[in-house]
Write a protein that binds this ligand. Structure first.
Ligand SMILES: Nc1nc2c([nH]c(=O)n2[C@H]2C[C@H](O)[C@@H](COP(=O)(O)OP(=O)(O)OP(=O)(O)O)O2)c(=O)[nH]1
Ligand SMILES: [Mg+2]
Length: 135
């Protein structure tokens, strides 16, 4: 257990007026490259999960939102080889700006039932089910 590492990552399902969800393809050179993910990233020391997500949305997509626009949906708890991922997933329906591709290889708006057509990290599978229930 001495090398057990718990990693806190926050992620978001941006939901548009047609109830489609934004997924983003992870770039080459990063862990899980090529897989489709919910935008987000690691919570840094001193940050709340919501602050971290607002920062990641700005960095990765160039959009801005507020804590009041972030609603919890579910969370992933998944053991990868080198760490255990704990990842709350928020839903967000209100933001400013148009998502831009700043760090990802591709962005795609997808209907919840179609999410299973896109290979995602293993941690995300239960989250897809939760989103289909929600939407
Ligand atoms: N953002 C995101 N990360 C996910 C998802 N599913 C999943 O297993 N992960 C994992 C991949 C990574 O090990 C970790 C998040 O890493 P990240 O590369 O997005 O972190 P970050 O945005 O802070 O990027 P960096 O500064 O570390 O490069 O969580 C997901 O749906 N979204
Ligand atoms: Mg990220």
């Amino acid at each position: 257990m001495s090398d057990f590492k718990l990693l806190l990552v926050v992620a978001v399902a941006l939901i548009d007026a047609d109830r489609r969800v934004l997924i983003a393809q992870r770039p080459q050179g990063k862990q899980l490259a090529g897989l489709w993910e919910f935008p987000g990233g690691k919570v840094e020391p001193g940050e709340s999960p919501e602050d971290a997500l607002i920062r990641e949305l700005e960095e990765e997509l160039g959009i801005s939102t507020k804590t009041a626009c972030l609603a919890p949906v579910s969370f992933a708890s998944h053991s990868y080889e080198n760490f255990h991922l704990l990842m709350p997933l928020y839903a967000c329906r209100k933001w400013q700006g148009e998502p831009q591709m700043r760090e990802h290889t591709a962005l795609k708006w997808v209907r919840p039932q179609k999410l299973r057509d896109y290979p995602m990290p293993p941690a995300d599978e239960p989250l897809v089910a939760a989103l289909c229930d929600l939407l």
